[in-house]
Design a protein around this ligand. Structure first.
Ligand SMILES: *Cc1c(COP(=O)(O)O)cnc(C)c1O
Length: 429
């Protein structure tokens, strides 16, 4: 495979961008080799600067749910372009967007638009603190909620992949206000709440965790958290930046029937543009300025181009429930195929899947939390990743990430992915 252009660009990039990338998860540090530079994408395919084509299994870490360069979204953006790119004043589209989100996501009665998932989670805990008058938050080991100071404690995603110890750059005071528990451990959460009674403002969780590889909540776990939060007066925040509009049109909360007090959204909500949102009960959201005293603002928030892109995909999802049936079918077909291959090769690795998200862990251990995920053989994963890439399959360059498929992944492409997976596995085991 010729990757000369990518290699050249990466060499240049390292001189003017830290580590040569604008987000650490794009680096290939944990899998070996250098990142591939992407020139364009269409449907289920990515094309790099050297003209190599890859089947896309990340889809920009989630947003490209309908595949790349979808005409629906491209047309909406094109139409909005000629009306100028930004006003910093209210628009009709923001109202339509807010109404649609309130209609689609069960817990959301009011919503504020921001520019990224990170902004959404940072604002959500500030509002929860303002609302409760309490300071501490609880998060789970291996969950990632963006790069806000409060969340970089035992964080997943790139922090887990790079094995970054502690939290350089975060003050001790901030770190002390973040309490952590293992995922799926209700007892630990309860003892944290008892030990910090009257001091916990919020509990934030990925209700299906995708940032330590895919980890599912065990039956009763989310329900148990709901009960504890109500009992101790703690604001329950579902971080559905990844799962919102992906695992159901109303996210995990709709799919599993557990309703949080607040929800954070991102990724799909912008259709590929940088967008985030946080929302929840009116009683809580009315604390946000200018209605209430908790300040949160944004010069480009609710940007008309971003709203056009986001509205076009959300409307499509709202009106076409068949998209979710299709995504379930694709995810289920992949998981069944992966299990068959493991069986054939005498392997018993953990294959975790829900809807259009999945992770193949190089570990036979059932994966219930971050400790379990860490039993994976990351060296083997690295070799496997490079084989997949050389054979034209683009995966997340880390064992500790979920993969995300789009509706553009046809039966033929699924079969091709599974064939390459089998060959790559054979080569590394
Ligand atoms: C991606 C992600 C974020 C951060 O969103 P950005 O847009 O990258 O800032 C927050 N929470 C979860 C669950 C995510 O997957």
């Amino acid at each position: 495979m010729n990757i000369k252009q990518s290699e050249n660009l990466f060499e240049r990039a390292q001189k003017s961008i830290p580590g040569g990338v604008n987000s650490p998860v794009r680096a290939f540090k944990s899998v070996g080799g250098n990142p591939i530079f992407i020139r364009k994408a269409k449907g289920a395919y990515l094309y790099d600067e050297d003209g190599n084509r890859y089947i896309e299994m990340i889809n920009s870490w989630g947003p490209m749910l309908l595949g790349h360069a979808h005409p629906l979204i491209e047309d909406a953006v094109r139409e909005a372009l000629s009306d100028s790119l930004s006003y910093g004043a209210p628009t009709r589209k923001e109202v339509e967007m807010a109404e649609l989100i309130c209609q689609m996501v069960p817990s959301v009665e009011k919503v504020r638009m921001v520019n990224s998932g990170t902004e959404a989670t940072m604002a959500a805990i500030r509002v929860a603190r303002g609302y409760t008058g309490k300071e501490k938050i609880i998060k789970f080991e291996g969950c990632y909620h963006g790069h806000g100071d409060s969340f970089l404690i035992a964080a997943g995603s790139g922090v887990a992949t790079l094995g970054i110890p502690g939290t350089p750059g975060v003050t001790q005071g901030t770190a002390n206000d973040t309490l952590t528990a293992p995922y799926n451990d209700l007892e630990r959460v309860e003892s944290l709440m008892i030990a910090n009674k009257g001091n916990v403002a919020a509990l934030i969780i990925e209700p299906v965790a995708g940032n330590m590889g895919l980890v599912l909540p065990e039956p009763g776990f989310l329900e148990g958290l709901r009960k504890l939060c109500t009992e101790f007066g703690v604001v329950l925040i579902f971080d559905e930046v990844m799962t919102g509009f992906r695992l159901a049109k109303g996210g995990v909360q709709e799919r599993m029937g557990v309703i949080p007090d607040m929800t954070t959204l991102g990724k799909i909500i912008g259709g590929g543009m940088p967008v985030g949102a946080y929302g929840g009960k009116s009683e809580i959201m009315d604390f946000v300025a200018p209605q209430g005293p908790v300040y949160q603002a944004g010069t480009l928030s609710g940007n008309p181009i971003a709203m056009s892109a986001g509205l076009s995909i959300l409307r499509h999802l709202n009106e076409n429930p068949s998209v979710y049936a299709q995504l379930e079918h694709i995810g289920n077909t992949i998981a069944a195929g992966l299990r068959d291959i493991d069986h054939k090769l005498g392997l018993n690795n953990s294959i975790v899947q829900i809807g259009s998200m999945f992770t193949y862990f190089f570990s036979p251990q059932p994966i219930k939390n971050y400790e379990d995920a860490k039993t994976s053989d990351t060296v083997k994963f690295g070799s496997y990743f490079r084989k997949m890439l050389e054979s034209g399959i683009y995966l997340a360059p880390s064992q500790f990430e979920s993969l995300f498929v789009s509706t553009a992944l046809t039966e033929d492409l699924i079969a091709q992915y599974l064939r390459v997976h089998e060959d790559s596995l054979r080569a590394v085991i």
